[in-house]
Design a protein. Structure first.
Length: 277
């Protein structure tokens, strides 16, 4: 009897997980479907769109002819990877000091950093725009790299702090007794032990930077515009652009989806690092 109940529970859990997964994946599926339709077909009723036999890759060709996809793609790669690397240079020493040399108000500082993520970006758009204008950072990869690093830095520090706290302090003390200085302690002792957590931090930050739209649209025009701005260029109140907008969206999200698919084990491993002792 107990075995039957356990089997039924597993079936229900699997069905619930499958249903939830379908609803989460459905928007991506719908975008792919619309990208394979003409503009006229893309505005028809949903059932007509799904069961209509008319499929075409024309929207992808039109998007590529109208915009330089590779330019936007490389901008996204440079900005997301650059902001991640720059963030790690700042976050690793900060997380180390908070984890192993905590001060009286370390927890308050961590909470304050996390609270900055709750600030509406539009509230600081004007001062940041003016600063970027005066320093010549508007529509530059360097400017976007800096601003994306800053907005994601609290998350990087929080994640690294959590992973570093799981590492026994005695190991670092032993390294100091063997003559390791601070740089060697971080590079050769701490970093290798936190590789799973650091890998998940890197992957998550790349995803966040890749998907950032507010700052990329408001601080770029043409030269440094990444794929999020590439998608926004197909949003228009006039004309039919559903198919081309969907094609642009598919071309923009495909690289990060593929990266996430191949790195999902590493991402889950890092996010659960230290959860079980």
């Amino acid at each position: 009897m107990a075995r039957s109940v356990s089997h039924r529970t597993k079936v229900l859990n699997t069905a619930a997980a499958g249903t939830l997964g379908f609803f989460l994946f459905f928007p991506i599926l719908w975008i792919v479907v619309l990208s394979l339709k003409t503009e006229e077909d893309a505005i028809r009723a949903p059932l007509e769109i799904l069961f209509d036999s008319g499929w075409t890759l024309g929207s992808f060709g039109e998007v590529q002819e109208r915009s330089d996809y590779l330019k936007h793609f490389f901008n996204s790669v440079i900005i997301s990877v650059g902001s991640t690397v720059l963030g790690l240079f700042i976050a690793i020493p900060a997380a180390w000091s908070m984890a192993f040399v905590p001060a009286k108000h370390t927890k308050n500082v961590l909470m304050w950093m996390l609270s900055t993520k709750m600030l509406p970006p539009v509230g600081v758009l004007v001062p940041i725009y003016l600063i970027f204008r005066d320093f010549g950072f508007l529509d530059t990869r360097l400017g976007l790299t800096i601003v994306l690093m800053l907005i994601n830095l609290p998350i990087i520090i929080w994640m690294l702090y959590t992973y570093f706290k799981e590492i026994p302090g005695e190991i670092l003390e032993a390294a100091r007794m063997d003559g390791a200085n601070l740089r060697e302690e971080i590079l050769y002792v701490l970093t290798p032990m936190a590789i799973p957590g650091m890998a998940s931090t890197v992957l998550l930050n790349i995803i966040l930077a890749w998907n950032e739209a507010f700052w990329t649209i408001n601080l770029t025009a043409a030269n440094a515009a990444p794929l999020t701005a590439f998608i926004a260029s197909y949003s228009s109140p006039e004309g039919l652009f559903y198919a081309k907008l969907s094609a642009a969206s598919v071309m923009a999200i495909a690289p990060i989806l593929i990266m996430g698919w191949f790195s999902q084990k590493q991402l889950v491993r890092g996010l659960t690092f230290g959860a079980v002792k």
